[in-house]
Design a protein around this ligand. Structure first.
Ligand code: ZN
Length: 162
């Protein structure tokens, strides 16, 4: 057994995934590169991948509380379009941060745009969903000292993101 090829804390993981909803409809698919143990990905998926080896194929079911949370029953908030930069394209699915009561940053999502009004909702688009992941582990390597310090991985080009 080689731990080199196994997912665990401080490992940089690359995986291919297909995400489907409860009804089997494919929501998205693609590749994720993340640093294991730093909450880069939803908790239910991260814990299921612990100990998995390169090449492994896993089916992972993630309940809402370990995914994007339960759905809050709230009406979307109506925000004037003028609150956003005019040059910015505003589209459903976009994420912003709003200021909470204590000045904290709260994630919100655009759920609609109509006549000068942007509708925003505090629910992640996948809140309340039981998620089904089909995951194949592509590669696992040790995180670099810098990556561990930052708590996320850096791309093959090094430090492009900041
Ligand atoms: Zn960084």
């Amino acid at each position: 057994m080689s731990e080199q090829n196994t997912i665990g804390a401080d490992r940089a993981v690359s995986l291919q995934y297909t995400l489907s909803g409860s009804d089997g409809t494919v929501i998205e698919s693609g590749q994720i590169d993340y640093l294991h143990g730093y909450q880069n990905i939803i908790p239910g998926l991260e814990s299921a991948l612990d100990g998995a080896a390169v090449g492994a194929n896993l089916q992972v079911e993630v309940p809402p509380e370990l995914g994007y949370g339960e759905r809050m029953e709230v009406e979307p908030q109506r925000v004037p379009r003028t609150s956003f930069p005019p040059e910015m394209e505003i589209e459903p699915g976009m994420q912003f941060h709003a200021r909470g009561p204590q000045g904290e940053a709260l994630p919100v999502w655009v759920v609609g745009v109509e006549d000068g009004i942007v509708l925003i909702d505090p629910n992640h688009p996948l809140a309340g969903e039981t998620l089904h992941f089909d995951v194949t582990i592509l590669s696992v390597r040790a995180g670099t000292a810098e990556e561990l310090q930052h708590g996320h991985i850096h791309g093959p080009d090094g430090h492009g993101h900041h």
